[in-house]
Write a new protein. Structure first.
Length: 168
């Protein structure tokens, strides 16, 4: 299953104080690796619609699977940069023929309850029938269209979708 994340935000003012006191900060990061086997499909990036500002008018957010471009319509405003297509890597034989399908369209539910949004379409960065590269690889990307309701409740929204690759 693939997780989709979107953030709906309200406009707010943030006041920061500044002082001349030295500060130390720590941060941590994670590192990971995936070892793939032939005839496998690995998710490397989630589909993200980014931070959004809703209004009294419904609208949509579209993520282009080819270039990660984010467009909005209706009463939705994109808040800052953000948004990206999901990325999967397929691994099979050199020039192997594949068929890509998806499961049901997802519904994104507000974490903690109190709202949902429908994904009305998932799009691929190419045709559903295609060939793997001479190395047996394919960069498969999935974009989509999110329906944002009028006065959509602020919060984090998450959902899942399935992608299946059939190797011939």
């Amino acid at each position: 299953m693939k997780r989709i994340m979107v953030y709906a935000v309200s406009a707010a003012t943030l006041a920061l104080s500044h002082s001349n006191i030295a500060h130390a900060a720590d941060a941590s990061a994670s590192a990971d690796a995936v070892i793939v086997t032939p005839l496998s499909l690995v998710n490397t990036t989630d589909l993200e619609f980014g931070a959004l500002l809703p209004s009294a008018t419904a609208g949509t957010v579209v993520i282009n699977p080819t270039n990660d471009a984010r467009t909005v319509t209706g009463g939705v405003t994109a808040a800052g940069s953000g948004g990206q297509a999901a990325q999967f890597w397929t691994y099979g034989g050199p020039l192997q023929f594949i068929f890509v399908t998806r499961g049901p369209l997802p519904v994104l539910n507000r974490v903690g309850g109190g709202g949902s949004m429908n994904v009305s379409g998932l799009t691929l960065n190419g045709p559903v029938f295609r060939f793997l590269s001479s190395a047996g690889l394919l960069d498969l990307r999935v974009g989509g269209t999110l329906q944002v309701g009028a006065n959509q409740a602020p919060g984090n929204y998450e959902g899942n979708f399935d992608i299946t690759v059939t190797y011939f």
